[in-house]
Design a binder for this molecule. Sequence first.
Ligand SMILES: N[C@@H](CCC(=O)N[C@@H](CS)C(=O)NCC(=O)O)C(=O)O
Length: 78
Amino acid sequence: MLELYQFETCPYCKKVRAKLSELNLDYICRNVSKFTKKREILTVIGDRDQVPYLVDLDKQVFMYESDTIVEYLEKTYG
Ligand SMILES: N[C@@H](CCC(=O)N[C@@H](CS)C(=O)NCC(=O)O)C(=O)O
């Protein structure tokens, strides 16, 4: 299962959402907008307070950086 930590107006997140849709992939969307308590989860499960952050549980892959994520999705699921 794929999980995307993101917020709606982030352009980098938008790029990742577009790729997920293009590949017709199901994913759980974790909305972590700025200035919310919920956002702290990112520094617990990752090492940076930054979105987008992708978790691919099946493959135990965790990553930041939209370009890296898009490339990973294309390579793995394209
Ligand atoms: N190079 C990163 C940039 C990501 C980025 O700057 N995300 C912003 C939101 S649009 C962010 O999380 N900034 C830190 C913050 O909001 O605290 C990428 O391509 O994913």
